[in-house]
Design a protein around this ligand. Structure first.
Ligand SMILES: Cc1cc2nc3c(=O)[nH]c(=O)nc-3n(C[C@H](O)[C@H](O)[C@H](O)COP(=O)(O)O)c2cc1C
Length: 202
């Protein structure tokens, strides 16, 4: 069976298991292979693992306390409205690895800084949410590769999350929270509609 069919939302974890920073970085490395618009990778992860940080997060959660209290971490996935600030780094990486010539790098960087940097914020946020959704699923599947389970969480006050974590709420817009840890329950089996219920051939 593949991790695609094995993944299910797990809400209760073994609270004694902590995921080390090194391992979390490996999980994120796999997750961030996800595609993103013009490869600008606008996702940002705030990894809430200390008790103090979890207490701050608790103030904006609607329910979802079992995940908060038993998980190794609650990964808050945000879209960065200032994604263009990392454009130069991203394009330099490609240029230095001989994946892009200098002319292309310069053209794309100018485009990012001049055009994308001045796009309406709701447009940037919309694409950030699309890219953030893709990386979130890939993160949940990457976690399974490493023997962990997850639960996507939308039950929180979207307008107050950044403030609760004391990060810039104008710059970072929440995508979702993902609890992660070693499972302590089987999780509920869920069903899906048949593809013919949700697909239309034109
Ligand atoms: C965007 C999103 C928000 C969700 N929010 C919550 C949540 O706040 N609490 C929770 O327990 N599960 C939450 N879920 C999990 C869904 O209930 C779950 O994915 C769905 O029932 C299918 O079950 P499965 O993930 O086990 O396949 C959320 C899922 C998504 C994709």
């Amino acid at each position: 069976m593949s991790i695609l069919t094995e993944r299910r939302s797990i809400r209760k974890y073994d609270p004694t298991i902590k995921i080390s920073k090194d391992e979390m970085i490996q999980i994120l490395k796999l997750a961030t292979r996800a595609p993103s618009s013009t490869n600008m990778q606008p996702w940002r992860f705030f990894i809430v693992e200390s008790l103090a940080a979890k207490d701050k997060l608790k103030t904006v959660l609607y329910g979802n306390l079992t995940q908060l209290e038993t998980s190794s971490a609650m990964i808050c996935v945000f879209a960065d409205l200032k994604k263009h600030l990392l454009a130069e780094k991203i394009l330099n990486q490609a240029y230095e690895a001989n994946l892009m010539d200098l002319e292309t790098k310069t053209r794309r960087l100018n485009h990012m800084m001049n055009n994308v940097g001045s796009q309406p914020l709701d447009f940037i946020e919309k694409w950030g949410l699309v890219d953030g959704g893709l990386v979130s699923l890939q993160l949940m599947l990457a976690a399974k590769e490493f023997g962990y389970d997850t639960c996507p969480i939308g039950g929180f006050n979207r307008d107050k999350l950044a403030e609760a974590l004391e990060i810039d709420s104008e710059r970072y817009k929440p995508v979702m929270i993902i609890s992660i840890g070693k499972r302590a329950e089987e999780g509920s089996r869920t069903l899906r509609l048949d593809p013919t219920d949700v697909a239309t051939w034109l």
